[in-house]
Structure formats: structure tokens, C-alpha cells
Design a protein around this ligand. Sequence first.
Ligand code: 2BA
Ligand code: 2BA
Length: 109
Amino acid sequence: MKLIMNIVQSDDAGRLVEALTRAGYRATTISTTGGFLRQGNATILVGVEDEKVPDVLQLVRENCHTRHQLINPLPPVMEPGEMYLPAPVDVRVGGATVFVLDVVQFDQF
Ligand code: 2BA
Ligand code: 2BA
């Protein structure tokens, strides 16, 4: 068995969980925050048999989209008299960051 950890954008999370459930998979959504943008994203855990992993990854691919976001970088430390003109930086986010982990044991009590 594998545990598939999918870090996705909040906007895609609902659609992905719906697609997973419709296909008969079980899923758990955790609200998470990206370390770089410090914005909310979602981590969707899916525990499945090994042979189902490609099918789940296909659903993730179909339901999670890349987006671009402009961020303002932190201003540098300045000497007196220096001027800083902030230029927004384009950051490409997602579709999904996926980790597939081996499950040592699975129980439901
Ligand atoms: P964030 O950390 O908010 O990162 C958002 C996007 O900013 C990233 O998109 C990437 O394009 C950029 N980015 C992140 N860290 C950077 C850095 N140190 N330098 C330059 N650019 C950087 P994605 O790579 O698609 O990641 C989307 C979210 O997935 C991340 O949100 C984070 O929550 C998670 N993630 C990505 N890679 C991860 C990893 N190796 N381990 C744990 N979480 C990860
Ligand atoms: P349980 O199987 O006892 O699952 C309770 C909660 O544990 C689930 O909440 C989900 O958050 C998590 N969970 C269980 N198996 C998981 C797995 N393989 N991977 C990731 N997370 C897992 P819910 O999703 O709200 O489900 C509540 C109950 O509804 C489930 O109880 C199960 O009896 C039923 N169920 C869930 N998904 C189903 C599906 N696709 N088809 C039929 N029944 C489903």
C-alpha cells in the first residue's frame, strides 16, 4: 500500500477530492501553508493499493493546474542615500507536488 501526499492549490482541492471520491478512492484533506508564498494550500492524503497509484496520479494531473503569481520580494538592506525600486517577481506554482510513501501498516479500528 502507498500513501500519496498531494500538495495542491486551494482552488483545485475541492475538484480533486470530488474526482477521487467519484472514482471510489478515499481521501483526507488537510489545510496547509506553503513556506515560500506563506499562503494557504491543501494537502490531500490518499491511501491506496500499489497498483492504483498511476490512476490516482492521473486524476491529480487532470484536476490540478499551474498558475503564475506575482510577488514583491523583500527589500534588501540599504545604505543611506540608496534607492530600491521593487520589481514584482513571477512565481510559477503547482499544479501539484506529490510524494508517494510506502505504508508499513494500515489499520482501521
Ligand atoms: P510554497 O512554498 O508557497 O511555494 C510556491 C511556489 O514558489 C513554488 O511552487 C515554487 O515555484 C516557488 N518556490 C518555493 N520555494 C522556493 C525557493 N526556495 N526559491 C525559489 N522559488 C521557490 P511549487 O514548487 O509548485 O510548490 C507549491 C507548494 O508545494 C509549495 O508552496 C509548498 O507548500 C509545496 N512544496 C513544493 N515542494 C515541496 C517540497 N520539496 N517539500 C515540501 N513541500 C513542498
Ligand atoms: P472510514 O473508512 O472509517 O474513514 C474515516 C475517515 O478516514 C475518512 O473520512 C477519511 O478522512 C479517512 N480515510 C479513510 N481511508 C482513507 C484512505 N485510504 N486514504 C486517506 N484517508 C482515508 P471520509 O472521507 O469523510 O469518509 C467517511 C466514511 O465514508 C468512511 O469511513 C467510509 O466508510 C465512507 N467512505 C469514504 N469514502 C468512500 C468512498 N469513496 N466510497 C464508499 N464509501 C466511502
